[in-house]
Design a protein. Structure first.
Length: 119
């Protein structure tokens, strides 16, 4: 007779409580697995970027070495002879030195001011 007097909430209360605990536990488990998967994915991306960075650094070093080699006077002389350009070193009288404005201003800090009279 007491069962008929119990409310339906009291009868299904433990089952609802167990279902909620199971849902929370499953949700936490799924969240943990998702986060681990995201961390693994980010780790793979970082590793790929590191490999790409190393490749670019190697390529940059090779290009820098090539540039330094091409700038050397010996290689330039060899290329001039190879392409038959008939170039020679200019005489000192043929060289014109151009100074930058910043250098000129530093030498003359006060510019000459001119006054004009008006009638």
């Amino acid at each position: 007779m007491t069962r008929r007097n119990e409310s339906s909430l009291a009868r299904f209360g433990p089952a609802v409580k167990a279902a909620v605990i199971c849902l929370v536990t499953c949700g936490l488990g799924l969240g943990y697995v998702w986060q681990k998967q995201q961390i693994a994915q980010l780790g793979r991306e970082i590793k790929g970027h590191e490999i790409r960075l190393e490749d670019l650094q190697k390529e940059n070093k090779e290009l820098g070495d090539t540039l330094a080699q091409l700038k050397s006077p010996q290689v330039l002389d060899q290329l001039v002879r190879q392409w038959r350009l008939d170039l020679e070193v200019p005489r000192p009288s043929q060289v014109v030195v151009i100074e930058e404005r910043a250098t000129i201003r530093a030498a003359n800090p006060k510019p000459h001011s001119t006054r004009t009279a008006s009638r």
